[in-house]
Design a protein around this ligand. Structure first.
Ligand SMILES: [Zn+2]
Length: 728
């Protein structure tokens, strides 16, 4: 083994020298290496790469782009090193070579952190024959063949293939190579598995047969959600422990995590993962570019200050999976810029080490070189946003079920788009992390149809308001418990100042909301700012019936019930049977509560009506009731974030004002005109200078009573206003 290892080092040192790299001692892995790398490079080998690709080319590229972390394919489906494990399938092109080892040592020689990638989701026929019980089984009892490649079968993620075989593979890689960790792709299974192990283990856990439905009201389905998650976390802990037994400073890092629709509890992931890689490679279908920043916020909600890396693809990531394609440069830049603005460290992934279309190479190089030059301004300590939007995997799993996207995610996406348009910086918040410490940074909490909440979670939200916090909530928030069981009344009825009267209505057509003046003052409430001349605006599509019980404040909006939209002769409103509020407003101590008993976020996401956007922004501003950390004035649509670093603060402005904003690929970058940025400087900090990091120059600024004002030049994709702090 020792001889072999020295052989690797000699060979990789040669490669590094050929790539013009300064010779350094390979870095020993450090306990806290996780926060060190800022820019990652991933080379995902394909089976015919060994002997056919140019390692020198890649090491040279990694050096030129200042990549300081590398992820390299090692084993699982296909081994790219001379594995000694029986039935661990070696690349047919491997011969006597060791492409993983060569690249790993070459990267180490350049001082990079190195992670080995494994993929356990598929195996060849010999394993099917030797261990039929390692293979995933469909609902009809058949072993599952791979849909994309008929030479492969799908493995069961929850049985001995992962727990035993892949554990051995993991140990071999970590024992043989100086790696900082193992990153596993497609480790969590490919849908339901009905193999003998899954059947037995699930029965032992729950006393039930595996569910045959996705309906979360089914007892077996509920138990399955809990069991699968428990089993995967068991696997995570097993692999991490085995890795640490060999290399105490290395870790297992799963490809896992996400927002409300992701399947593994983010709170637990946040506890287990020392760092995490958000695998959201590009846009597909209808998707705004801010979706990448949203990933950053969702991961951050659970991981806090830990480094979070955003994996982006340089190819097209549409359904048809053109894996050797190259996306246009502006689309890559826009996607990555929004991730960086929201705290993601960039990580490019390239499948196939023999690049065919090379147009992406200078695009990534330019971004990474810029990132490297401005690194100190991108090492964020904390976001300064005062608004937090809650996301709830629990609501998606146990209330939404198969309709989770429509019932849960779309409501959040509407709020998200409205806050982008309003240029209000905000964070995401995990619903299992609503304790005082996690909410301390926030003035306002948004609950976009967070329907399923336990008593304890409702209690935490009440306490947040009691401490002076504000809440903006919608539709069925708190109307179900944590298992998705309906309550008689909202868990937060007292906070809303409204009780549920048992009625659910929708989909509604042709329903409206009338704007009402406050009879005491004769004026419209600030909630209606910018739409006072409307008389009435459109209603949402679904609503719950409520009776207001609060302090009897005037209602700024009242419901015009749905009335015929055909025949045209009949299109006139009928007298309403009762007067009903379209919104409930309360002031509670220093806090304020806005509750919309309808699907304002989902409707906005579907219809994008300007009035609903204003209403959402006004609700958040009225509830927040304090000077914003940053305001940005000027034309265009921008994603705005505000951060503090050790000796500086930054405001990111990502220009989303482009053709194809809602769907990639973007056609052209149209610069927005200069913006007037006003930044509130944190107490005890003193500004000593200002820079524009993309324009690459110092900026003139005015400072008055802790607020710095700067005019930016026109913005293409991205600008970063950076304020340096001097000694105060
Ligand atoms: Zn199974």
């Amino acid at each position: 083994m020792e001889t072999t290892r020295r052989g690797f080092v000699a060979q990789s040192a040669g490669l590094a020298a050929a790539a013009g790299v300064a010779q350094e001692e390979p870095r020993a892995a450090e306990a806290d290496w996780y926060d060190r790398p800022m820019r990652w490079a991933q080379l995902a080998f394909v089976e015919d790469d060994p002997g056919n690709y140019d390692p020198k080319f890649w090491l040279d590229y990694f050096r030129r782009i200042h990549a300081d972390g590398a992820c390299l394919s090692a084993g699982g489906c296909v081994a790219f090193y001379p594995t000694q494990i029986p039935m661990h399938y070696r690349s047919r092109w491997l011969g006597a070579s060791d492409p993983f080892g060569d690249m790993a040592h070459g990267c180490r020689a350049m001082g990079m952190n190195v992670i080995a990638r494994t993929d356990p989701h598929a195996v060849h026929r010999d394993i099917v024959d030797a261990h039929p019980d390692w293979i995933a089984v469909d609902a009809k009892g058949n072993q599952r063949r791979h849909e994309s490649d008929a030479d492969f079968w799908i493995t069961c993620a929850l049985g001995p293939y992962n727990f035993e075989f892949m554990t051995t593979v993991t140990e071999e890689i970590v024992r043989r190579y100086d790696v900082d960790g193992i990153f596993t792709n497609r480790w969590a299974g490919s849908g339901m598995c009905y193999c003998e192990h899954c059947r037995e283990n699930f029965r032992a856990f729950s006393g039930l047969d595996l569910p045959r439905t996705n309906d979360p009201r089914d007892a077996a389905r509920r138990q399955y959600i809990v069991w699968r998650e428990q089993r995967l976390f068991e696997l995570w802990r097993l692999w991490d422990a085995r890795i640490k037994a060999i290399r105490p400073k290395a870790a297992y890092i799963a490809n896992a995590g996400g927002g409300a629709l992701s399947g593994l509890d983010m709170k637990t992931i946040g506890e287990l993962a020392p760092t995490l890689f958000a695998d959201r490679q590009a846009r597909r279908g209808l998707m705004p570019p801010w979706a990448n920043g949203k990933n950053g916020k969702e991961y951050r909600a659970a991981l806090g200050r830990k480094a979070i890396v955003g994996i982006f693809s340089v190819g097209l990531e549409e359904e048809y999976r053109w894996k050797d394609s190259v996306q246009n440069g502006d689309e890559i830049r826009l996607w990555v810029a929004d991730g960086i603005a929201q705290g993601l460290r960039p990580w490019f992934v390239k499948f196939n080490a023999k690049p065919i279309d090379r147009r992406w190479l200078p695009v990534v190089e330019r971004m990474y070189v810029w990132h490297h030059a401005n690194e100190s301004y991108l090492r964020n300590e904390r976001p300064l946003a005062r608004v937090g939007m809650v996301y709830s995997q629990q609501t998606a799993e146990f209330h939404g079920g198969e309709r989770a996207r429509e019932l849960v995610e779309d409501e959040a996406l509407g709020f998200y788009q409205a806050l982008i348009e309003a240029r209000i910086p905000f964070e995401m918040v995990h619903d299992r992390l609503l304790d005082e410490a996690h909410l301390a940074a926030f003035r306002t909490l948004i609950l976009p149809n967070i329907a399923a909440l336990s008593e304890a979670q409702c209690g935490q939200i009440r306490e947040f308001v009691a401490r002076g916090g504000s809440v903006v909530a919608s539709y069925e928030t708190s109307l179900y418990d944590e298992w998705g069981e309906a309550r008689r009344d909202f868990g937060l009825a007292e906070l809303w100042g409204a009780t549920f009267d048992g009625r659910r209505e929708g989909p509604m057509r042709n329903s409206y909301l009338t704007l009402e003046k406050d009879p005491a003052t004769g004026r419209y409430h600030p909630l209606l700012g910018g739409i006072e001349d409307a008389t009435r605006i459109i209603n949402g599509v679904h609503r719950v019936g409520v009776t207001l019980t609060g302090e009897g404040r005037a209602w700024p909006l009242t419901v015009v019930p749905t009335y015929p939209d055909l025949p045209m002769e009949e299109v006139f409103p009928r007298p309403a049977p009762r007067r009903e509020a379209g919104v409930a407003l309360r002031e509670v101590g220093r806090g304020r509560v806005v509750y919309f008993p309808w699907d304002i976020g989902r409707t906005f996401w579907e219809v994008l009506d300007v009035d609903h956007g204003r209403l959402l922004a006004n609700a958040v501003r009225w509830a927040t009731n304090e000077a914003a950390p940053v305001t940005v004035e000027g034309a265009g649509v921008l994603d705005v974030s505000v951060w503090e670093q050790k000796n500086s603060m930054t405001v990111h402005l990502v220009n989303l004002t482009n053709p194809m904003m809602m769907k990639g690929p973007v056609r052209q970058v149209i610069a927005v005109p200069g913006q007037r940025v006003r930044v509130r400087v944190p107490a005890a900090r003193k500004v000593s200078g200002a820079r524009l990091l993309v324009a690459g120059r110092a900026a003139a600024y005015r400072e008055e009573r802790g607020v710095v004002e700067i005019e930016t030049p026109a913005i293409g994709v991205h600008e970063v206003v950076a304020l340096d702090f001097g000694r105060s």
